[in-house]
Ligand binder design. Structure first.
Ligand SMILES: *Cc1c(COP(=O)(O)O)cnc(C)c1O
Ligand SMILES: [Zn+2]
Length: 392
């Protein structure tokens, strides 16, 4: 198949707008904020229309023009992306909704959507000559990094809280990742990773501390648009930790509009967090532009145990601009909806994904969602990684 050309043009700071060179490894802006990849949309248009890419593979490289890897040789893939949108008929009946869907990211390699972002970051990193990657992780991102490091013959140095699920630790080791278990939370792991990358020259692929993980995550927005026939749904509900998914999808919709593939309609973006760690919900309720560090973060949903998201200002921007919302749910409801979704729909959700369902029910009860709307619940991870939660 003919290789499609990346239209990557430069990087810009999301805060001070300074331009950065995309042909060398980059981390964050000198002003301390997040860099975004920018594309030459006119160049992308030369090969990209809804009719020209129908036959391309359903992985994150489907819209390669809007992805950062330039040489197709470095577009590694383990089949990430192209996940199904499932209609939730039984849950829909229970809540009298007409168009309730679930994007099943649990069907990604390593069982979570983390594979999208790490596929993209590792691929671009390898293209730029990086051989050693490091990451602080609650678990899933470390497994995904290790898988793509194996696929690309590079090294993964993973720092994970010692209470992370056993299966995930075993995955990292099986893929040949170098695993270090630490005391504390992902934020403590991040401190160690910063030091290691400084001392040993390892490249830190922490959430939004380099520009390309979010490019992998944005493909969820591309897929939603295509799967709904370029008619953007009314509501997207997303379990939010570091927030790359919300930030990435928001970026994706802008790029698709610039390309002329969608119009100006946007979904209301809704962030779901756990009551034991809800910094974004708190900031949203106070209408703040950034969040405050959440002390003593606790929730069974490890992916949501992020006391301070580096990209908080971009998450909140997407929530405000989309007229969205933010809601916190209890751990007991997370466990409850894991079981309900298994029994009623035949889908094994991880706790973060079940938080989305719990958040949906809460917002419906509050009248924030209309039963006639097209609603997409993001199920970010598979319940197969946390089987013990089904036994309670
Ligand atoms: C990391 C993770 C999240 C949080 O994702 P962000 O995009 O960083 O907010 C949600 N669910 C699962 C399963 C995760 O692994
Ligand atoms: Zn800047």
């Amino acid at each position: 198949m003919k290789a499609h050309i990346s239209a990557l043009s430069h990087l810009t700071c999301t805060h001070c707008k300074k331009k950065h060179d995309p042909h060398v490894p980059q981390t964050i802006c000198s002003c301390g904020n997040i860099l975004f990849a920018q594309y030459d949309i006119e160049k992308a248009k030369e090969t990209l229309s809804p009719y020209t890419f129908e036959k391309r593979p359903h992985n994150i490289w489907r819209l390669a023009e809007l992805m950062p890897v330039i040489n197709p040789h470095y577009r590694f893939t383990l089949g990430e992306g192209g996940t199904p949108v499932l209609k939730l008929n039984n849950l829909g009946k229970t809540y009298h909704t007409a168009r309730l869907f679930l994007k099943d990211e649990g069907q990604n390699p390593t069982g979570t959507f983390k594979s999208r972002g790490l596929c993209s970051a590792v691929s671009k990193g390898v293209e730029l000559g990086i051989k050693n990657f490091t990451i602080p992780t609650a678990g899933n991102a470390g497994a995904a990094l290790s898988a793509y490091a194996a696929a690309s013959n590079t090294n993964a140095y993973v720092f994970m809280p010692k209470d992370a699920p056993d299966i995930i630790k075993q995955e990292v080791v099986a893929f040949g990742g170098k695993l270090t278990l630490i005391e504390g939370l992902i934020s403590d792991a991040a401190t160690i990773v910063q030091q290691k990358s400084k001392d040993l020259g390892w490249f830190d692929v922490s959430t939004l501390k380099e520009p390309y993980r979010v490019e992998g995550k944005k493909t969820m927005g591309f897929e939603i648009a295509e799967q709904f026939n370029w008619e953007i749904p009314d509501v997207i509900i997303y379990p939010t930790g570091g927030g790359t998914g919300i930030i990435g999808m928001w970026k994706a919709f802008q790029e698709l509009e610039a390309l002329g593939l969608i119009g100006s309609k946007r979904p209301r973006m809704i962030a779901v967090q756990a009551t034991g760690c809800a910094p974004i919900v708190d900031a949203f309720n106070k209408k703040h532009a950034r969040s405050a560090f959440w002390n003593h973060a606790t929730t069974i949903a490890a992916g949501l145990r992020v006391p301070k998201a580096f990209g908080d200002y971009l998450i909140l921007k997407a929530l405000y601009e989309s007229n969205g919302a933010a809601v916190a749910v209890k751990d007991e409801d997370i466990l409850k909806y894991m079981k309900i979704m298994a029994k009623k729909e035949g889908i094994l959700l991880g706790p973060e994904a079940a938080a989305t369902v719990a958040g949906f029910v809460k917002l419906l009860e509050r009248g924030c969602i209309d039963k006639q709307e097209t609603i997409v619940l993001f199920a970010t991870g598979s319940g197969l990684l946390t089987p013990e939660f089904f036994i309670h």
